[in-house]
Design a protein around this ligand. Sequence first.
Ligand code: B12
Ligand code: SF4
Ligand code: SF4
Length: 324
Amino acid sequence: MALTALQLKARARELGADLVGIASAAVLNAHPPDPRYPQTPARLSPEIRSCVAIVKRIPVAAFRAKSLACVHHVDQLVLREMDKVAYRIARFLEEEGFYAFPLAAQETIWEMKNASYGYLSTRHVAIEAGLGTLGLEVNLLTREFGPRCYTTAILTSAELEPDQRIAEQLCIGEPCSRCLHSCPADAVRHWGLDKRACATEAQEYGYATILKTFTRFIEAPAPEQRLALLRGGKWRGIYQGLLRVVGAFGDCPRCLAVCPVGDDYRYLVGSQKVIPEKTPEKVAQGKAFLQARRSGAEIAGLTEGRIRWVGEDGYRPPKARKVT
Ligand code: B12
Ligand code: SF4
Ligand code: SF4
């Protein structure tokens, strides 16, 4: 008997997926998030018929920890576990007689926007698979865990019945703007992100920092200057990043911690009520976004069909959900 979507999803949950959905490869091929750099299954293999999207949640208590290193460590554990779950699901699909492989979800491609794009945008795959919608800060928001989750995909030759996209906007949007208020890099745009700015916080000891630190060291004219540079804390950060990934990416928890969407937010309400990074300028920015949306002005983040991933039907407040 042929493998059904229901059977596959039940097995994926047994193997450790917190959420699982199915997107059709044909739909993903027809709707690349940025058509100038098409991140499509067809680029990876013409044999792919379905993408199985899985989500692993980040244990919410991590966001209550006073030490950032604890959040970073938990993030890395979740990512490693998610890859293992994806591998097991691919093995299961193979046993059922299909080709299947898990996506290299953290790797980026040099030819695509100077290596800022992955092989597939896993957020967009998860959205096409009905698992959530984009937030104002372009994170994937799920009903269960808000943005506090990671996501990857298993690509397979199996023709599985795809899930429906969520048409409702899960993000509260401009009237909330808590992600914008909390962002230390002031990187949140109107359904968009200043990625370079975000990376200064999200990848404090990432590739750009490594390049900068080594360049300054090599270019220092005198040996004593080089010795002085070696004493800086940056090298310790780089070492820890290379050793454990901690600090090299997944480094800034703020837009994840403050987002009120997600059943798990009830464990964060008290601790995240006050946003210390909130400034009058950020509040004014949020109000300007709201004004632009209400007036029907063109919003870059929603043009060219991008509303598809935000939710065409707009936001409807669930009775139980409160913005603190
Ligand atoms: C490169 C990368 C980054 C880069 C760039 C982020 C980005 N938005 O692309 C940096 C370092 C900044 C980054 C930061 C973070 N990342 Co990151 N990142 C990735 C990675 C590896 C590739 C992203 C990608 O391919 N983007 C492609 C583009 C098309 O996606 P996009 O930018 O979201 O596209 C929107 C806009 O660009 C816009 N757009 C496109 N073209 C145009 C043109 C115009 C004119 C305009 C106006 C707009 C526009 O439309 C799109 C929305 O429809 C993915 C893993 C993966 N393979 O997907 C993880 C991933 C997105 N990251 C993740 C996470 C968790 C983070 C951080 C929270 C980490 C942290 N705490 O430090 C932050 C969140 C920042 C944020 N608010 O988005 C998770 C997201 C989970 C979630 N719940 O959403 C992912 C999916 C990793 C994973 N496997 O789970 N990340
Ligand atoms: S990860 Fe941090 S720096 Fe990047 S958008 Fe979110 S809050 Fe801003
Ligand atoms: S914090 Fe508010 S505006 Fe930002 S993504 Fe979450 S619900 Fe949307």
